[in-house]
Each structure stands twice: as structure tokens, then as C-alpha cells.
Design a protein around this ligand. Structure first.
Ligand SMILES: Nc1ncnc2c1ncn2[C@@H]1O[C@H](COP(=O)(O)OP(=O)(O)OP(=O)(O)O)[C@@H](O)[C@H]1O
Length: 270
């Protein structure tokens, strides 16, 4: 953690999106800079997953702009630079596969259907070790617990050696031991310069790793919290105690961050 004057790896400005007939994102500004770890918080249905899926181009924007690694979405194709751990999914697909095979599939974007080379094998091995699954590498994924599945999905994302890691509720259904493994893993990723965007309900053991928490409400950014407030947020993740009142404009970090509803500042490091 420290100063983040690096280039934005995610720059989402004024993003709006709909699911079916429902307007789900109502003007989201979100910037994640190189080396930064940003948490998206908010109540159920506030739009966290949709924001993440918009960043990954899984949900089309109806308005606003998205740049990834400085490139407008329409021209962006380097998806192998991004590792994604989806929400509450399982690594088992019904097709028999070992832990190692699932993790190795995270190299597909890098090796473009060539057989696994030495670098690929080293990356897969490293990812398995990082999440503590090396001893289970040959096990069928179907035989794993929920928390172990989550570790497989994280290892799959890490195997691609991403520059940006996007995780949707990586702590969901994960015991404390696995949460600590995840905290260790994230720390390692950040140490090698990776940027991280993660959806969380509770900060838990990840709290010390978070540089900024962006709290969503009803498809908008309600407020942003810097590390000083993260301890309180760990106790009140859904903003039961808004700082300065929920309508007040919070001035954080550079002093440019206007957070009152409808006051999203495109300069803001939101
Ligand atoms: N396929 C869909 N069609 C219509 N509305 C949807 C669909 N999927 C989600 N929504 C609605 O979009 C809103 C935002 O959903 P989203 O999953 O982004 O919220 P979230 O903040 O990630 O919630 P949670 O914490 O429960 O995961 C919710 O009100 C949800 O009901």
C-alpha cells in the first residue's frame, strides 16, 4: 500500500447498465490504479456484481465509458491480463477434471491452445502452492469442499499471471483458514504489482490489504472510505453509520472526491 499515482488499470466513468428491464447501474465512477487494492461494498442488490461484470464486459454498458489498461473497451483485447474469480460458482463442471487441470485452464489465454510449456507448468505449480493446494493437485475437483473449490478458482485466475485480479465475493462460504490463505495470496499478488478489485460483504482478514473501499447503494457510489475508516467498515460493512451523514459530501484523499448523490467527480479516484 502507499501512494497510487500509477496509471489506471480500470477507469469506469458514469457507467449505466440494465439487466432485463431493470436499471441496475445508475452512473458509477470507479478507478483502480496499478498496484491498488479496491473493495466494492454495499448491501445485497446494490450493484456490486454487475459493476464487476461490466468491467469484464459481461454486462454491456448503456452509458458511460470504460477503459482497461488505458485502452477504451471497444479496442481492448488483452483479456489475459485480467484474472477473474466469479461469485459463488464451483470449479466442478460435471466433466471429470483434476485440480491441476482446472488450474491449468487459467493459462489458456496465455498459451493460445499450445500444449503446456515449461513456463505454463511453473505458473500452474506456483498458483497451486500459493493457495495451498499442491498436495491435492491430482484430486478430482468434485471431491473438494466449498472452500477448496474457491481456492481452485483463485489458483486458476492466478495461473494466468494477471496484472489485474477481479474477485467477486472470494470469502463467501470460506472458513477462516481459507480466508487467511486468501489474504496471504492477495498480499503476494500485490507485492508483485498486481491490482485487485474485489467484491466483499465483510472485510475480515482482508481488511489490512484494502487501500480503498467503494460503497455502492442502489447502483450508485454512495461513499468511499480510505484505510482509516476500514476498521469501522469491517464492523459496519453496509454503512449503518454514514460518516457526516449519507447526504454529506465526503472529501477524502486528494480532496477532490465529491460523494454526495449526483456529485460524482470524474477526476475522483473512485
Ligand atoms: N438477470 C437479472 N435480471 C434483472 N435484474 C437482475 C438480474 N440479475 C440481478 N438483477 C438485479 O440487479 C440488482 C443488482 O444486482 P447485483 O448482483 O449486481 O447486486 P450485488 O450488489 O452484487 O448483490 P449481492 O450482494 O446480493 O451479490 C439487484 O437488484 C438484482 O435484483
Amino acid at each position: 500500500m502507499g501512494q497510487y499515482d500509477g496509471d489506471p488499470v480500470i477507469a469506469l466513468r458514469g457507467a449505466t447498465a440494465a439487466l432485463g428491464a431493470r436499471q441496475v447501474l445508475r452512473g458509477i465512477d470507479l478507478t483502480v490504479r496499478r498496484g491498488e487494492t479496491v473493495a466494492l461494498l454495499g448491501a445485497n442488490g446494490s450493484g456490486k456484481s454487475t459493476t464487476v461484470r461490466a468491467v469484464l464486459n459481461q454486462v454491456p454498458l448503456t452509458g458511460g465509458e470504460l477503459e482497461l489498461f488505458g485502452t477504451p473497451l471497444a479496442r481492448f483485447s488483452a483479456w489475459q491480463r485480467i484474472g477473474y474469480v466469479p461469485q459463488r460458482s464451483t470449479a466442478a463442471s460435471g466433466v471429470p477434471a483434476t485440480v491441476r487441470e482446472v488450474v491449468a485452464s487459467g493459462r489458456l489465454g496465455r498459451r493460445r491452445f499450445r500444449p503446456l510449456g515449461r513456463e505454463d507448468r511453473a505458473a500452474v505449480r506456483g498458483a497451486l502452492e500459493l493457495v495451498g493446494l499442491a498436495p491435492l493437485a491430482r484430486e478430482p475437483v468434485d471431491a473438494l469442499s466449498g472452500g477448496q473449490h474457491q481456492r481452485v478458482l483463485i489458483a486458476r485466475a492466478l495461473a494466468g499471471e494477471p496484472e489485474l485480479l477481479v474477485m467477486d465475493e472470494p470469502l463467501a462460504g470460506v472458513d477462516l483458514a481459507s480466508q487467511r490463505v486468501l489474504a496471504h495470496t492477495l498480499r503476494e499478488q500485490v507485492a508483485r504489482g498486481c491490482s485487485v478489485l474485489l467484491v466483499l460483504h465483510e472485510l475480515g482478514p482482508l481488511a489490512p490489504l484494502i487501500d480503498r473501499a467503494v460503497v455502492l447503494r442502489d447502483g450508485r457510489v454512495e461513499r468511499i472510505e480510505n484505510p482509516d475508516r476500514l476498521h469501522d467498515l469491517a464492523c459496519h460493512p453496509h454503512g449503518s453509520e454514514p460518516v457526516g451523514g449519507s447526504d454529506a459530501a465526503l472529501r477524502i484523499e486528494t480532496g477532490k472526491v465529491g460523494l454526495a448523490a449526483g456529485e460524482a467527480d470524474s477526476e475522483a479516484r473512485v
